[in-house]
Design a protein around this ligand. Structure first.
Ligand code: PMP
Length: 432
């Protein structure tokens, strides 16, 4: 593994970018991931190479999508073949059908799908379908859950705890009127859910949940929670929507449906679905899409079904379907998680890991994995920040929120490297 030099070229480029590209970055959070934001020259398999010549093992996976690594030969070849046949048609093509069939064959209970480009969009399609299906307006979501950046769902993402069941805007420019149909509850609390359904169940069009709370500490659902959520939706005629933008094709080939053995009405996919290309989808029982067939509502988008994204998704899923893939990714993730907790213990630091092998979070300063957003606020992010800086200097790129992503590209050589980096970085962190 190459050693780490400076980041001076990234700093120069950031300064240059900031003159013409507002904020210097293309997504707000990226400004704060590293100082300066890193400029990547290229990526290959599990490694990111920045413009200063640093090579790092990457556990950010582009915030999730790169589940089969960068520069993947199969994806490259399929996309190159497709590019010669055209980019986007605004018409139908065979690969679209092949991808739909592959998803239906891979995910339990998904009989039909629709395609779009980003997770944010696909969430809105799912909500619209649910509203058209039920004739109701209210959306129920949970504290700390992220469902894209639009006003009706970017609500109580990082709420003030004192009044957190009042829907709260997450940033400026979100008029309260645009989330007046959104209800918010703490997650993983069956009683709160039952109580709300008893009082307002007839008003609720849909319940939106991340099945694993990956965006806030990778909290796991309590046993039976997801089942109860789905049952309450059925009882009161609301639509259950799993936001599987992170968990889909990641925690199992069939995502949370397969992992937890449950079948919500709709699931939303993005990120890992196309291995780094721009694809999202909504899947569910065929009956759910009746509102599109009879034109009660519409689903549209110039770039829906763009050919090279579709073939990238097909190749990604084919790669993920190879025998033993998930076992290997999970074993890697568990080994990293084990290294994190045992090394922390060695240096006298409390640490707990939550989540699953392919997406997990490490929590410093606590001994129990958190179960909801409120509990995640008790973890020691300041120590994690110092640890992450040390990891970066020791050749491992991590996300700022303590979430780790694992993909098929993380082999034994990367494991040995990361374990060594954890040891060195933990020692350095505890010395400061
Ligand atoms: N849902 C979840 C669970 C996500 O994590 C994200 C993105 N982080 C989204 C939706 C939005 O997806 P996108 O950024 O592709 O719009």
């Amino acid at each position: 593994m190459a050693s780490i030099h400076t980041t001076s070229r990234s700093a120069e480029l950031y300064e240059r970018a900031s003159r013409s590209l507002a904020t210097g970055v293309s997504s707000s959070l990226r400004r704060f991931v590293t100082q300066p934001p890193l400029y990547i020259d290229h990526a290959d398999g599990p490694h990111f190479y920045d413009v200063d010549g640093n090579c790092r093992a990457d556990y950010t996976l582009g915030w999730g999508p790169l589940i089969v690594g960068s520069n993947h030969a199969g994806i490259n070849a399929a996309v190159a073949r497709q590019l010669e046949k055209g980019y986007t048609y605004g018409c139908q093509h065979i690969a679209e059908i092949e991808l739909a069939e592959l998803i239906v064959d891979s995910v339990p209970g998904v009989e039909q799908v629709i395609f779009s480009n980003t997770g944010t969009e696909a969430i809105q399609s799912a909500i619209r379908i649910a509203r058209a299906h039920t004739g109701r307006d209210k959306i129920l979501k949970f504290e700390g859950h992220y469902h894209g950046w639009l006003n009706n769902v970017l609500v109580s993402y990082r709420p003030k705890i004192e009044d957190s069941t009042l829907p709260q805007a997450t940033c400026g420019g979100q008029p309260a009127g645009e989330f007046s149909e959104t209800l918010v509850l703490p997650w993983n609390d069956v009683d709160a859910l039952k109580d709300l359904f008893q009082r307002r169940g007839q008003e609720i069009a849909c319940v939106l949940t991340e099945p694993v709370l990956a965006n806030s500490g990778s909290c796991m659902p309590r046993p039976g929670y997801l089942e109860t959520l789905i049952e309450l939706c059925r009882e009161y005629g609301a639509v259950s929507i799993f936001d599987e933008v992170i968990t889909g094709f990641r925690i199992a080939l069939g995502g949370a449906r397969e992992y937890f053995g449950v079948e919500p009405d709709l699931s939303v996919y993005g990120k890992a679905l196309a291995g780094g290309f721009t694809m999202s989808a909504v899947g569910g029982r065929a009956e759910m899409f009746e509102v599109l067939r009879d034109m009660r509502t519409i689903h549209s988008g110039t770039y829906n079904g763009t050919s090279f994204n579709i073939v990238a998704a097909i190749e990604t899923i084919r790669e993920l379907r190879k025998p033993g893939t998930y076992d290997r990714m999970n074993a890697h993730g568990h080994a990293v998680a084990e290294a994190l907790t045992t090394t922390a213990a060695k240096y006298g630091l409390d640490a707990a890991v939550s989540g699953v092998g392919t997406v997990f979070s490490v929590h410093f300063g606590v001994t129990q994995a958190p179960r909801d957003y409120r509990e995640t606020t008790r973890t020691d992010m300041e120590t994690y920040g110092r640890f992450r800086e040390a990891m970066l200097a020791n050749g491992v790129q991590l996300l700022p929120d303590a979430r780790w992503y694992v993909g098929t590209q993380h082999d034994d050589a990367v494991l040995q490297h990361v374990i060594k980096a954890i040891e060195t970085s933990m020692k350095e962190t505890m010395r400061c």
